[in-house]
Every structure is written in C-alpha cells, then in structure tokens.
Design a protein around this ligand. Structure first.
Ligand SMILES: Nc1ncnc2c1ncn2[C@@H]1O[C@H](COP(=O)(O)OP(=O)(O)OP(=O)(O)O)[C@@H](O)[C@H]1O
Ligand SMILES: [Mg+2]
Length: 311
C-alpha cells in the first residue's frame, strides 16, 4: 500500500522563493507599526481590540492579514487609514507618523462605496479634482486608470448599471488614481460570488504587477490570502495580538492551479492550525456562559463553500 502523502513544512522554500524574500526584505520599509494598542472604552466595558502589534511592510509588498472574527483586523486597518486613533504605539508611513486620513493611503472596503449619482469616470475623477487637478487632466487620468482595470468602455455608466465585481474594480481605480503609497483593503471581495472573487484576485495581482504600490489586504478567506500575499500576518483574538508572520512559499507568478501544490496546502494547513486551534480566555468564558463560541461558524461554512468551488 502506498504511504500517505506527507506535506513538507511551510517553512521550506525553494531557492527562487528564498531569493524573492531576501530581495523583498532589502527594499525600503514603507509602513511601520510599533507597539500598537487599541482599547475601546465605554461605561459598561473595556475591549482590548489590539495589543502590542508590531509589523513592517516593504515597498511593493503584498501583505495579507487573517484571523478569527473580532481579532481586530478592521480596527487595525482603520488605524492605518487614520480613521481611528490608537490608544498606544505608533504608525509610520515612509518614516512619518500617520495622523488622520491622507492621500498617501488609498482604501477599498467591502461595501460598495462609489457615489451613485456620478458616472464611473466621474467617480474616478472625483478625488483628483478635490486635489486641485483641472478637469481635462483629471478626465485623461481617470480614463487611463479605467483602461488599466479594463473598464474604459463603461466610463459613462452609473454604479447601479455595474456588477458587484465591476464596482469593486472602479473602487480600486478610484483609490489608485490619487497615487497613494499604500493601498488598504478590508475584505474587498467578500460580498462577491466565488467565480467573480477568483477573477478579481487575478485582476488585483495584475494591477499590482504593473504599478509601484504596497498592499495591505484583510481577508477571512485563507485561499485568497495564500494566492495573493507575499507574507501573511496571522492575528489571534481577545486580545488581538500577532500570532505569526508567514512567508508564503508559493512561487510567483501565481496561478489558480497552484492551490493543490504542496507549498500551498502546507501553508493552508499551518493557517488553519493557527486560527482554529487557539483558545483564548474569552472563549473559555463564553463556553461556560453560552456553551461555545459561535463566532467562527460562519467562517467554517464559507471555507467549506470555497473548498466545494475549488474542484
Ligand atoms: N467602535 C467600537 N466600539 C467598541 N468596540 C469596538 C468598536 N469597533 C470594534 N470593537 C471591538 O473590537 C474588537 C475588534 O473588532 P474588529 O471589527 O476590528 O474585528 P475584525 O477582526 O475586523 O472582525 P471581523 O472578522 O468580524 O470583521 C471586537 O471585539 C469589537 O467588538
Ligand atoms: Mg472586520
């Protein structure tokens, strides 16, 4: 009888992957998060959403952040965006402290955030004109961005005339049009069906390959994280802390067929081990009160859904 196939360690990297990571780490640091903490206080309770978060991303790095529901992913990205203030620690973008929102950071979130009363082209032009670009130049630039995302033919349509995937592509073009140093994405494809999501992932990698942008991307979907990322930051919940930073051993350029390779499966096994096996004080408390932490169940259902679609 054949012996069962044993996956290699996710820490094993082929020479060309190792080489890629040494080049990545030699690049300039774009974003630095130092000893970051966030506590939400109300009269009833104090919630430690983030504790002692440290991370660095390099120029043109693609960093994914994963972790169970409530581990502080959105809080972290909102602090990076300047929409939320940390309780302790600091965030430096190209060495300068982040205080409030700024043009140097583009954002794409899950909900469709396009202005419904503006055409696709005018949605992309909006930020450019706000930043004092004249109308003619803003129009030329907007059309170039729409060309890059493959939607130039839809420039004069309104958001309600687009599919969900197309809307998110416009949102990406709009965020990139201001030429940010870093693109912050919080579950941008979570509302899309599995096929559209896979296409959007490929699109995003294509855009990222063409321009000088560092991406921080939050997702619940472990396959998505492995497919996209150079490195994956794994957070744990209650309180939100860094568990591990994984260097994805899957070579680039990425292709969907890689999701059954040993490197991919070994990374996924490690992520599952980290995310599903951790017990927090909070879990133990909830188990005694309510008989279990149900916050993970929707995630398990979604992962099963993805596995079904992979066939
Ligand atoms: N404005 C707020 N006021 C009080 N508590 C908050 C606030 N925003 C977030 N929290 C708490 O902080 C913790 C982290 O929330 P956050 O939304 O960042 O988690 P998440 O990892 O993005 O979760 P999900 O995967 O469900 O999107 C949670 O315990 C949440 O209840
Ligand atoms: Mg969130």
């Amino acid at each position: 009888m054949a012996s069962p196939h044993v996956l290699p360690s996710y820490l094993e990297q082929e020479p060309q992957v190792r080489e890629r990571f040494s080049r990545l780490k030699a690049r300039k640091v774009i974003l630095q998060v130092k000893d970051l903490g966030k506590t939400f206080s109300s009269r009833q309770a104090e919630t430690v959403a983030l504790r002692n978060i440290n991370l660095e991303t390099h120029r043109r790095e693609f960093l994914c952040i994963v972790g169970p529901s409530g581990c502080g992913k959105s809080t972290l990205i909102r602090i990076l965006a300047g929409l939320e203030e940390q309780t302790s620690g600091e965030v430096l973008l190209e060495g300068k402290p982040v205080a409030g929102p700024g043009r140097d950071r583009g954002m794409v979130f899950q909900g469709y955030t396009l202005f419904p009363w503006l055409t696709v082209k005018k949605n992309v032009m909006f930020g450019l004109e706000v930043n004092n670009m004249n109308k003619a130049s803003a129009e030329t630039e907007a059309l170039q961005w729409l060309d890059l995302i493959g939607l130039e033919k839809f420039a004069d349509l309104y958001p309600h005339q687009l599919s969900g995937g197309m809307k998110q592509r416009v949102a990406i073009a709009r965020a990139l049009a201001n030429q940010p140093r870093i693109l912050l994405m919080d579950e941008p494809f979570a509302a899309l069906d599995a096929q559209t999501r896979a296409k959007m992932q490929a699109h995003l990698l294509e855009i990222w390959r063409k321009i000088d942008i560092t991406i921080v991307f939050i997702t619940h979907d472990l396959d998505e994280a492995i497919f996209l990322a150079d490195r994956i930051l794994v957070l744990k919940a209650h309180p939100g802390e860094v568990q591990e930073l994984i260097e994805v051993p899957v070579p680039r350029p990425r292709h969907l067929t890689q999701c059954i390779t040993d490197e991919f499966l070994a990374t996924k096994a490690r992520l599952e081990e980290l995310i599903y096996s951790v017990k927090t004080d909070h879990d133990a408390e909830e188990e005694t009160i309510a008989g279990g932490d149900t916050s993970l169940y929707p995630m398990v259902a979604r992962l099963t859904d993805v596995a079904d679609n992979v066939e």
